[in-house]
Design a protein around this ligand. Sequence first.
Ligand code: GLN
Length: 307
Amino acid sequence: MIPDYLAEALGEVAADTTGETAGYIPELATADPERLGAAFAMVDGEVYGAGDIDTAFTIQSISKPFVYALALSDRGFDQVLAKVGVEPSGEAFNEISLESGTGRPLNPMINAGAITTHSLAGPEGLQPTQRVERITDGLSAFAGRRLKMDESVHASEMEHAHRNLAIAHMLGSHGVLTGDVRAVVDGYIRQCSLLVTARDLAVMAATLANRGVNPLSGERVVPEPVVRQVLSVMFSCGMYDAAGDWATQVGIPAKSGVAGGLIGALPGQIGIATFSPRLDSHGNSVRGVSLFERFSSDMGLHVMEVP
Ligand code: GLN
């Protein structure tokens, strides 16, 4: 029944060919724009899907909440909050901005915050390659299988990383980042280049929905208070300058990525993932947003609604 429902929903959004694949990363611009898939992972471990749910694509910004979870677990709340705030920015994901007064990035979902969060994953003093390993291990635990990196997407993005490098240098000038800031950007872009499928993303979201325990492997990936923090920040900041529209219309903690992935996690219930590469002006998947609007209203998933 659920696969039929999902297939029907995909059929309804398939005709929408508006939006563009991410143009600023050449390797992503060439993605097949017609790909379309959706997966549900329940907290009891059932996974349902329709369409392209086993097609691999890079995780991009959907890595941000998971790496934030790892940083909070590895370093504790105080150390992380001293360097990255939790205020919605109302700005684009790649805005070059810091909180006035504190000099911190506003939140961990925009690039300035995510680059900083990347530097806080793992214990203090890790080499850049060890940090990338810690993150690959951690995100693999969320997914319940070993994730690999797409080296060509990494190389392609690094060649055009002027904006993220500018952000990192600004963070360096404020003392938020220390040491080799280029190595931090390289590691952050490696984190964004991990390959996932919609099925993986649904399980990763379900691990958040399931209090930090992967519903397939049974492994506790991060502690419960960390999950509450991460879901709260996803709710207020996960969709960048479209976060308010999303909170009112869809009402599910969520995160998008520029390769076309989109996740939502409903505490105690379900992890949802969609994949469709064409993006709107905020960098969110056009058909992904439509699918989530549909799922939320069809199934009464808005967190502010009494079920
Ligand atoms: N790697 C991308 C960047 O830093 C991620 C952006 C995104 O998915 N919104 O620009």
